[in-house]
Ligand binder design. Structure first.
Ligand SMILES: Cc1cc2nc3c(=O)[nH]c(=O)nc-3n(C[C@H](O)[C@H](O)[C@H](O)COP(=O)(O)O)c2cc1C
Length: 179
């Protein structure tokens, strides 16, 4: 069974990201076809700011936290990044987590769920695309964009039929890359 990691890009206290990512993973597990979707929580993993002496492309990891992170990411066949927009970009914790590894990301499909206010996370996702090209991740077209004005209550994500349809479509397209 193929494993897809649903990455929670935000790590701050009270983040909305956890509720969005859990919803995406639950919906994917109930509607997906022969795939297992698992949360990857950057807050729980708690990587330090990148402190490896060698760039990840050299594949010479020194620290146990990097080896653990490499083993975790290496065990997934594809990803969905669930990202908020911070100052028109994506969270620093997400960039840090990406920079730690190289070969473990290579050639795997990746979809995006963005959320925020003015642009629903679209600008954060566009920034991610620029970086992921160097990691040779295969970015999917057509992102899920969630507006928190209309789709959250007390900081917790609330879905609706339109968003559900977008998430299911992303899941279909992600799974289709394996056929
Ligand atoms: C540091 C910071 C910067 C933000 N900048 C933006 C922004 O540029 N555009 C936007 O739509 N929302 C922005 N927001 C609002 C976030 O989209 C909203 O707080 C969202 O819940 C953040 O995700 P999180 O709760 O998972 O951390 C910002 C929030 C924070 C904390």
């Amino acid at each position: 069974m193929k494993k897809i990691g649903v990455i929670i890009a935000s790590v701050r206290d009270g983040r909305a990201g956890e509720s969005v990512a859990k919803y995406v993973a639950d919906l994917a597990n109930s509607t997906g076809n022969g795939f297992e979707y698992k949360l990857i929580d950057l807050k729980a993993i708690n990587l330090p700011l990148l402190n490896e002496p060698y760039p990840a492309v050299m594949n010479n990891y020194q620290y146990q936290h990097t080896k653990d992170w490499a083993k975790l990411i290496g065990g997934f066949d594809g990803f969905i990044i669930v990202t908020p927009e911070y100052n028109h970009g994506y969270p620093a914790a997400m960039k840090n987590a990406l920079d730690y590894l190289f070969v473990e990301w290579n050639n795997k499909p990746i979809g995006f769920v963005g959320y925020g206010y003015s642009a629903s996370g679209a600008r954060a996702i566009e920034q991610l695309r620029q970086v992921l090209v160097n990691l040779q991740l295969k970015t999917l077209w057509k992102d899920v964009l969630i507006n928190l004005f209309t789709n959250s209550k007390d900081g917790i994500f609330q879905s609706n039929d339109f968003v559900d349809t977008q998430i299911k479509d992303l899941i279909n397209r992600l799974e289709a890359t394996f056929k």
